[in-house]
Design a protein around this ligand. Structure first.
Ligand SMILES: C[C@H](CCC[C@H](C)C(=O)SCCNC(=O)CCNC(=O)[C@H](O)C(C)(C)COP(=O)(O)OP(=O)(O)OC[C@H]1O[C@@H](n2cnc3c(N)ncnc32)[C@H](O)[C@@H]1OP(=O)(O)O)[C@H]1CC[C@H]2[C@@H]3[C@H](O)C[C@@H]4C[C@H](O)CC[C@]4(C)[C@H]3C[C@H](O)[C@]12C
Length: 382
């Protein structure tokens, strides 16, 4: 796999850093997540393919253990508020001094500088600060965040993984590590570059929810079908729009022009009425194989059995029977291989990892009896 041989220490976080770590693991990196001790269960639902080491970082001895792990690794991924790592003596300057090849990735909401750098926040705050939230929502309604997809995962976890891969690539030339300051505000905004760059096209001149791509246009929206399901319509170009109208059994001559914005309300009413006359599957039989850009709105459970997804193996079931998306994109020679076994228990790999990183058996036992580390291999064997 593309990242085979890369060793990553991931400090346990909430959502974006775990996703970043999972991407790296899917593409072959060895990802060791550092968990707290004395917690019943992890909140990391993106733990696929990772190992878990449990350390009580309130103890200086655990901090020393973590330091040893970090300086013998390729990447450190930390999701804490600015200053937390420095307080423990594990800031990038300290670690890069000991391992100049280290890539030190800091994944935060607001970045490492600026007046918000130390503030708490979540996806919705970062999205708001990126400017993008102001554009998301239906006409005459308040802004709505599209789950926590944009800042946490696209602008945060994925963008940070991209930064890590870039730094690894650059290190292969320079031999030097570096610090990655991944701000979710900036990552989200960067993902949304199109919104700024396309303003000159007039795509966003109207109010929120009244533009072509933000549910303002009747040919770019979802419609309810007679069985209570939905279809998505994205028939923008005239030739695709013509196929939509044909598939709906309408006559173009009876309809207002596609791009007549003042007629969009009337056109939407017509489409709504017609889509409600057939089931989602019936519309599928009409539109599949055409260029009308009409697809079913599938639920998370339905994706697995759709013939297109099935043909490509786009989703899979792991050993616990859970459906997951296959890692993307597909590399022809060294594709990702998502681990299919269960997620690690907290501390399941503490002993094995510490041994591998050069700790003596006696040292490990001392740390264990002092409550500085936690080992849970037994739980894993039950
Ligand atoms: C699914 C829910 C998650 C939702 C995601 C949400 C929408 C997001 O947007 S996530 C993005 C959050 N932002 C960031 O990550 C930006 C960068 N980070 C931060 O800004 C901050 O870390 C923070 C604001 C997120 C949190 O601040 P906090 O003050 O808590 O922490 P920090 O200042 O960063 O300091 C960290 C301190 O921790 C110490 N530490 C670290 N490691 C260790 C260790 N190994 N040992 C000891 N100590 C350690 C470190 O030293 C720092 O200490 P100091 O402060 O003293 O310096 C989920 C959100 C909540 C979940 C639910 C909840 O947990 C309850 C249940 C739990 C149960 O187990 C499962 C079900 C739950 C209902 C659970 C369900 C879900 O998982 C959640 C809803």
């Amino acid at each position: 796999m593309a990242l085979t041989g890369v060793r990553v220490i991931e400090l346990a976080g909430l959502a974006p850093a775990p996703f970043c770590g999972m991407i790296l693991a899917d593409f072959g990196a060895r990802v060791i997540r550092v968990d707290r001790t004395k917690v019943a269960m992890t909140v990391d639902t993106q733990a696929r393919g990772k190992q878990s080491v449990a350390l009580n970082l309130k103890s200086p001895k655990a901090v020393a253990v973590l330091k040893r792990l970090c300086v013998q690794s390729d990447v450190v991924l930390e999701p804490y508020r600015k200053g937390v790592m420095e307080k423990m003596g594990l800031g990038p300057e300290d670690l890069l001094k000991e391992n100049p090849r280290l890539i030190y990735a800091r994944l935060t909401g607001y970045g490492q500088s600026g007046s918000y750098a130390r503030a708490a926040g979540h996806d919705i705050n970062y999205l708001a600060m990126s400017g993008l939230l102001s554009m998301l929502g239906r006409s005459s309604d308040k802004p709505y965040a599209p789950l926590n997809l944009v800042a946490d995962f696209a602008g945060g976890g994925l963008m940070c993984a991209f930064g890590i891969v870039l730094a690894l690539l650059e290190r292969s030339r320079s031999g030097q590590g570096q610090i990655i300051d991944a701000s979710m505000v900036e990552g989200a905004a960067y993902v949304g570059s199109f919104m700024w760059k396309s303003r000159s096209l007039g795509l966003w001149n109207r109010l929120r929810g009244e533009n072509m791509l933000d549910s303002g246009a009747p040919f770019y929206d979802t419609y309810r079908t007679s069985d209570g399901k939905y279809v998505a319509v994205g028939a923008i170009e005239p030739q695709f729009y013509a196929e939509l109208v044909r598939g709906l059994g309408l006559d173009d001559a009876d309809l207002p022009s596609q791009m007549s914005v003042s007629d969009w309300l009337q056109l939407r009413q017509t489409f709504t009425r017609v889509f409600a006359t057939k089931t989602q599957a019936e519309w599928g039989r009409i539109f599949d194989g055409t260029d009308a850009c009409v697809t079913p709105v599938l639920s998370l459970d339905e994706v697995l059995s759709h013939p297109h997804n099935q043909a490509r193996g786009s989703f899979f079931k792991d050993s616990q029977g859970e459906i997951s998306p296959r890692p993307a994109p597909i590399l022809s020679r060294s594709p990702a291989e998502a681990c299919r076994s269960r997620d690690p228990f907290i501390g399941e790999h503490t002993r094995a990892v510490l041994k591998e990183y050069g700790f003596e058996q006696a040292q490990i036992e001392q740390l264990l009896s002092a409550g500085i580390i936690e080992c849970n291999e037994a739980k894993a064997r039950l």
